[in-house]
Structures are given as C-alpha cells and as structure tokens.
Design a protein around this ligand. Structure first.
Ligand code: NAI
Length: 328
C-alpha cells in the first residue's frame, strides 16, 4: 500500500522504514497534515499521522476525494481526528494504543521527583559552583497522596510505580479499572480527588467533554501548594488559570509534557528564534515549573512498538484482516 507519512522526523523514518522492510511504499513528508497539505496525499491509499496533525472534517473530505481509505495514527491519543467526518466518508481510522505505557508513566514520575527535589535547579547550581542547599528543600514522596485522573494503560502503570514509592493513590475514571481496584486504589469523584491529593496527575484522553477540566473551579478545590502533572493533552488544563494559581502559590509545582498550543512550538529546534507565545513564555519564568516538549513517549522501546504496530495496522487493513479500529 502507498502510505503518506506526515510530520515525519528522522527517527520516524528510521523506525518505520526498519519495521516496514519492503511491505509498503512509504513516503515521508516533514509537514503537518492540514487543509493546506492534504493534497500531498494524492495517489496514496493511507496517511500516517502524529499528535499535531489536523485530521478535521475539511482534511478528511479532501483525503476521501483523493482516494485515501485509511488514517493510521502513530500515537495513542486521537483528539485531533474528527471521527464523525471519517465515518461519513468511509475512512478507517486506527491508532497504536498501549505501545509503551511505561515510557509515559516513567516520565510522569520523573517530573514528580524532579519538581519535588528541584533537580533542574540543583543541576544548574552545581555547574555554576554553587553548592548551597537553600531553596532546594523537598518532601518525602513516601505517604503523599497522588490523585490519578484516567486509569487506562498509562494511569495504571503510574499507579503501580507509586505503589513502590508507598504513595497512597486515589483514582477518577469514567470506567474504573479492575487492576487498579485489585491494587486497593479507591475510585472517588473528582471533587474528593482534588481535595485530598498532594499530587494530581492526568492520564485521560482529551475529549469535547473534558477540555479545561483543570480550571479555576477545580483548582479552588485543591490543596494549597498542590503539584499538578500533565503528560496527557495540553487542553485538559486552562493554562491561564494555571498561571494565576502559580502566581498565588495555590499550585506549588507544575510538570508539563504537553501544552494546549504546542503545535506551534514543540518538536522543532527554536533556540535561535523569538518565542511569540506569551502564555508559554510566562510559564517558563516560574522556578517551580518543568516543561518537556511532548517527549514522554520517546523511548527506544516505544518507537519500536509504534513502528511495528503502525505497519501491522496498515498490513491488516490492506489484507482485510481483523484490526482494532477507532472508525471503519
Ligand atoms: P487509555 O485509553 O488506555 O486510558 C484512558 C483512560 O481515561 C480510560 O480508562 C478512560 O476510561 C479514561 N477516561 C476517558 N475520559 C475520561 C474523563 N473525562 N475523565 C477521566 N477518565 C477518562 O489511554 P492511555 O494509553 O493510558 O493514554 C492516556 C492519554 O495519554 C492519551 O489519551 C494521550 O492523550 C496521552 N498520551 C501522551 C503521551 C505523551 O508522550 N505525552 C503518549 C501517549 C499518550
């Protein structure tokens, strides 16, 4: 099958080409898929996209008119796909769920530990010859309550690591998970989770119903000095509310791997450019904020799994074999 791969980076070429062998004809495009670039898919039966590609109704209509029959997401989240439009145009959509929940879960815990013990500041201090400890005071993770929102594959992996740190966890999910229940994790409503948690971490997908679930009202219910971690999708947080809460000290620590306007910023070297997003620039000024550029998934094991699952999805689609579809 001819596959147009959008938002392609060097590592996408390397891992997808290796997994593919000579099965499909892969063509790599550096540009995002959007209304302007959708025409590049002419002559391809499938497109392969990532987190910041726009698979909206207009793009899907164009893809359908060009004869594209499959959208293969090489990520787990699918908030960037208009599933109704895909269904209307008879386009099948597949994704790669659970390619490595450990990658994201371990990064999440890394953000918690680094924020708590201020490793980002300590690293810089020591390099400058400053060995003073003032300002680096942390807390024992042991015994701190962590609220996990979304206990699918990644949330469950986070819960398991936290068990090893002796952190009691509280969970919220629309569909409670038996593994978490068997680990003794209580499911509570969001208000209780906000009120009782020292650390809150988000692992649910972004849907039309939960945009800005962490807003002024939610923050008001949280403990003073709470740590908030978001490795899921940026628009789960209302960034302006978060900034106000950081300024007042209500939020004591913030760890982000995602940002609601990340498409214009992440995945490129912009070190020589002027940052035009003032909200993001403000976030960078806080000493108690650590931001990584959507790298939580980025482990060798995850890339191997993403590539092999993506190629397998395309092969199964081409051969009319059973496959787990989001649409189609
Ligand atoms: P999953 O599908 O296994 O689990 C998602 C869980 O969230 C499910 O249990 C579901 O019932 C629950 N959920 C759905 N809507 C909810 C809501 N409104 N409130 C609370 N819970 C809700 O997904 P997985 O693999 O655990 O991934 C979770 C999210 O992590 C993805 O949707 C994606 O946004 C993000 N992600 C981020 C990555 C990164 O590199 N930063 C990489 C991979 C995923």
């Amino acid at each position: 099958m001819k596959v147009a791969i959008f938002s392609a980076k060097k590592y996408d070429r390397e891992f997808l080409s290796a997994a593919n062998g000579s099965r499909h004809e892969l063509r790599f495009f550096e540009s995002h898929l959007n209304e302007t670039t959708a025409s590049l898919a002419a002559g391809f039966g499938a497109v392969c996209v990532f987190v910041n590609d726009h698979v909206n109704a207009a793009v899907i209509a164009t893809l359908a008119s060009l004869g594209v029959r499959l959208v293969a997401l090489r990520c787990a989240g699918y908030n960037n796909v208009d599933r109704k439009a895909a269904s209307k145009h008879g386009i099948t959509v597949v994704r790669v769920p659970g390619y490595s929940p450990y990658a994201v879960a371990e990064h999440t815990i890394g953000l918690m530990l680094a924020l708590n013990r201020k490793l980002h500041r300590a690293y810089n201090r020591v390099r400058e010859g400053n060995f003073a400890l003032d300002g680096l005071l942390g807390f024992d993770m042991h015994g701190k309550t962590v609220g996990v929102i979304g206990t699918g594959q990644i949330g469950t992996a986070v819960v398991k690591i936290l068990t090893g740190l002796a952190c009691p966890t509280l969970a919220f999910d629309l569909i409670p998970n038996e593994t978490c229940r068997s680990l003794g994790v209580p499911y509570v409503d969001l208000n209780e989770l906000f009120a009782e948690s020292d650390i809150i971490t988000l692992h649910c997908p972004l849907t039309p119903d939960n945009k800005y679930m962490i807003n002024d009202a939610a923050i008001a219910r949280m403990k003073n000095g709470v740590m908030v971690i978001n490795t899921s999708r940026g628009a789960l947080l209302d960034t302006l509310s978060i900034i106000e809460a950081l300024k007042s000290g209500k939020i004591g620590y913030l760890g982000l791997d995602v940002y609601e306007e990340e498409e214009e910023i992440f995945f490129e070297d912009r070190s020589g450019l002027i940052l035009s997003d003032d909200v993001f620039a403000r976030l960078l000024t806080f000493p108690n904020v650590i931001i990584t550029g959507h790298q939580a998934f980025f482990t060798r094991e995850a890339l191997l799994n993403i590539a092999s699952m993506t190629i397998d999805n395309i092969t199964r689609f081409e051969n009319n074999q059973p496959l787990e579809k989001l649409i189609g």
